[in-house]
Write a protein that binds this ligand. Structure first.
Ligand SMILES: CC(C)(COP(=O)(O)OP(=O)(O)OC[C@H]1O[C@@H](n2cnc3c(N)ncnc32)[C@H](O)[C@@H]1OP(=O)(O)O)[C@@H](O)C(=O)NCCC(=O)NCCS
Length: 210
């Protein structure tokens, strides 16, 4: 698909099924995917409802319901995870089903419930977290355009920097993808079961006097 024909717009509730499908495809075997489509739907619904999120979808310009990628992130991840934690009760049936289907998930569910409930690290004002990007067909330029659209929306909403974390190990292609798009390595985070790289990208200078 020629990338010039891409339309990038805000995610809406009618996109949820398609976003879940792209997520399942892009993040095969990851924790959220293993939690199943109902849980994923609840997660993305919370992102849409949260007032501090940036949630974008990409589609062919002439076929806006055909979602081929998404990018989501938060001005204040701390507040987002507090909201998601409050909604956990609604997601209990899907969590129970996931645990029955895939008992290996139970340890990860407990670890994530503890992490969501714990005090999340607060970002500095002006920093936006790019939480995830996924595309249906890699290598077509959709991911790169989503990064740039995310940066534009973040800058327009007053952010000065984007930060993101991604796996440190066995993840060269994704790390190179971000590095070629202006992200620089800012440190490492130990998440117990895996190490993450933290990347940052500055978002242009703010006009003087601000
Ligand atoms: C990472 C990801 C979002 C990139 O999206 P994308 O649409 O493939 O990105 P682009 O096409 O703009 O860029 C991919 C780069 O890899 C190259 N590439 C070529 N073939 C490729 C392939 N089969 N798969 C991935 N990249 C390929 C592209 O040419 C491009 O090179 P460049 O950086 O020099 O421009 C996408 O691969 C994806 O969804 N991965 C799975 C989910 C994930 O890991 N997300 C990131 C962590 S949140």
């Amino acid at each position: 698909m020629p990338t010039a024909d891409l339309l990038i717009r805000a995610m809406s509730p009618t996109d949820l099924d398609a976003v879940v499908a792209v997520h399942q495809h892009a993040f095969k075997g990851f924790f959220l995917t293993r939690m199943g489509p109902a849980f994923l739907r609840g997660y993305y619904q919370t992102i849409i409802d949260f007032d501090g999120s940036i949630a974008l979808v990409a589609s062919p310009a002439d076929d806006p319901s055909n979602i081929v990628g998404f990018a989501v992130g938060f001005h204040d991840p701390h507040r987002f995870y507090a909201l998601f934690g409050q909604r956990r009760r609604r997601l209990l049936p899907s969590m129970a089903l996931a645990a029955l289907r895939d008992p290996g998930l139970i340890v990860q569910i407990l670890r994530n419930v503890r992490r969501v409930g714990a005090q999340q690290e607060q970002l500095h004002p002006g920093v936006v977290e790019l939480s995830s990007i996924g595309v249906a067909g890699p290598g077509g330029g959709v991911g790169g355009q989503l990064v740039e659209a995310f940066a534009s929306v973040a800058a327009a909403s007053g952010a000065r920097q984007i930060m993101l974390t991604t796996d440190r190990d066995d993840n060269e292609a994704v790390r190179a993808f971000y590095e070629r798009r202006g992200f620089t390595l800012d440190g490492f985070e130990d998440r117990g079961e895996r190490w993450l790289c933290r990347y940052v990208r500055a978002l242009g200078e703010r006009p003087s006097g601000e």
